[in-house]
Design a protein around this ligand. Sequence first.
Ligand code: NAD
Length: 248
Amino acid sequence: MISLEGRTALVTGSAQGIGKAIALALAEAGADVALTNRQCEKLDAVVKLIEGLGRKGMRFCVDVSDHVAVKEMVDQVIEAWGKIDILVNNAGITKDNLIMRMKPEDWDAVLRVNLDGAFHCTRAVLPYMVRQRYGRIINIASVVAQVGNVGQANYIASKAGVIGLTKAVAAEVARRNITVNAVAPGFIATPMTENLPPEVHQRMLSLIPMARMGTDCEVAHGVRFLASDDARYITGHVLNVNGGMFMD
Ligand code: NAD
C-alpha cells in the first residue's frame, strides 16, 4: 500500500475529472492537498472530500497561465504548510480545429494553459523543493502527443512540449533528489471527452486494444505511484495509461 503520510501536494485543474481524482488519490494515501482551478466553484466540494479522508485541503482560484498568481499561490501554500513535496501539473484545455482553420488565439490559449502553466508552476515550486532536497513533479501529457491526431495541432504541440519539459527538468534537478515524470493518459471518460461527436468517440474506441475508455482513477493511480517513494529511481519517464493505445 502506497503511503504519502506527511507529504503535501499541489494539484492544478483539480475541480473535476482527472485532477480531482488525483487530488483524492493522493489524500487517500495520506497527503495534504492544495487545489487550484481557474473556475473555483467546484473546489469547495473537493476540499470537503479531502477533509473527509482526514487530510487537509486548501483551494485557490488561480489561472495557471498567470505566473504572478501562481507564484503567490505557491508562497501561500509554503506559508501555511511549510513545504510542497508533490506538484501535479494537470490543468489542461482543448480548442480543436484543423490547422488551416485554427485561429492564432486558439493556438496561443492552449499553449498558454497546457505548456506555459506547467512551466510557471514548476518554476515556482522548484526553489522550495531544491532547498528541502526532495520533490516529485508529475506532468499530465497525452497519448496524442505520441501518436498524433487530426484537429489537435495546438493541443498536441502543447503536450509534446510537456513531455520535453519533463525530460529537461528531470535532468536539471536529478541530483537534488527531485524526480520529474509525465503520465500520458489515453482516452479517459471525463467532462473533457463527454461531448465528443459519436463518430469521433467510436473511432477512438476502435484504436484501444482494451476496447474501453479509461477512468480518471486509473490515471490517478499512475500519478500516485510516481509520487511515492516506490518510484524514487524513476525520472524523465513517460508512463502510459492508455489501455494499449500506444506501446513503446
Ligand atoms: P477536464 O476539462 O475535465 O478538467 C480540466 C480541469 O482543468 C478543469 O477543472 C478546468 O477548469 C481546469 N483548468 C482549465 N484551464 C485552467 C487554467 N488555466 N488554470 C487552472 N485550471 C484550469 O479535463 P480532464 O479530462 O480531467 O483532463 C485533465 C488533464 O488530462 C488535462 O491536462 C488533459 O489534457 C489531460 N488528458 C485528458 C485526457 C482525456 O481523455 N480526458 C486524455 C489525455 C490527457
